[in-house]
Design a protein around this ligand. Structure first.
Ligand code: MN
Length: 258
């Protein structure tokens, strides 16, 4: 096989391309964002066994699941935010499928997020990254590596009396990526693509407002970003084809040349 798809198959078989699973386990223990108290609170993931090789189904095992679209490692479609509600092809079932595969640019701000849980990514961090690794290509994922996926239990949401404290993009960084780089979207290790304190920012949830208003996507609760190089990997993130869906849990895979 000499064509590009054949080369990929051969490279996977030979271990020259490695698959990095960027997905966290999905279970009733999966953390859910706590929204401002005046808003509807989403349910936790629930799973009910229909049969397990027993009288309910002697030859089969299956579960029924009840899941909020924005649970665990998940995809945000533009229709998720009011700014993107009238855009064309803005939902899980109408986004062109080729947009579910793209190159990844990984920006490592682990050190900054360790010092300041409310760290905000600024344009200067993006521009500094570009001086080292080159301009962020159009239609690429920008993955914000914060080390947050290594946090366990309550330290993941990191809430106190003043709300959640977790890193995210400043509105000016989101605008740069959406409007001047034309990215697919931003992917993060935290529970959502905005910082923990984003409800108090202007506009509230600035990354959601900016990215989805520009027809861009989001990926939340990623892990293993430390196994991706700054450039050169490819991310596959295809949400369930939920009709008019605002998002979906997703198995996110990184393809890395070894
Ligand atoms: Mn979401």
């Amino acid at each position: 096989m000499t064509h590009i798809v054949g080369e990929l198959v051969e490279s996977l078989a030979a271990g020259r391309v490695r698959i990095v699973d960027l997905t966290r386990p999905l279970s009733p223990q999966t953390p859910i964002i706590n929204l401002p108290p005046q808003f509807a609170q989403p349910p936790r993931f629930a799973i009910e066994t229909m049969s397990r090789y027993d009288p309910r189904g002697p030859t089969s095992y299956s579960n029924a699941i009840h899941v909020w679209e924005h649970t665990g490692t998940h995809f945000d479609a533009p229709i998720h935010w009011v700014t993107g509600k009238d855009l064309p092809a803005n939902a899980c079932d109408t986004i062109p499928a080729h947009k579910f595969i793209g190159p990844a640019c990984v920006i490592d701000v682990t050190a900054q997020a360790a010092k300041d849980p409310d760290f905000l990514l600024m344009p200067e961090h993006i521009l500094e990254w570009e001086t080292r690794y080159g301009r962020i290509p159009t239609q690429s994922w920008v993955l914000l590596r914060t080390g947050w996926s290594k946090r366990e239990g309550a330290a993941f949401l990191n809430e106190d009396a003043t709300g959640a404290h977790s890193p995210g993009p400043h509105v000016s960084a989101s605008r740069l990526l959406a409007h001047e780089r034309d990215v697919l979207g931003i992917g993060v290790e935290t529970v959502g693509t905005d910082a923990g304190q984003a409800r108090s920012l202007d506009p509230p949830f600035p990354n959601h407002a900016t990215m989805h208003g520009a027809g861009k996507f989001g990926l939340a609760s990623l892990c293993n970003l430390d196994q991706l190089p700054p450039t050169g990997s490819i991310v596959v993130a295809a949400p369930l084809k939920i009709v008019a869906g605002s998002g979906s849990p997703v198995r996110v895979l990184g393809l890395v040349a070894v």
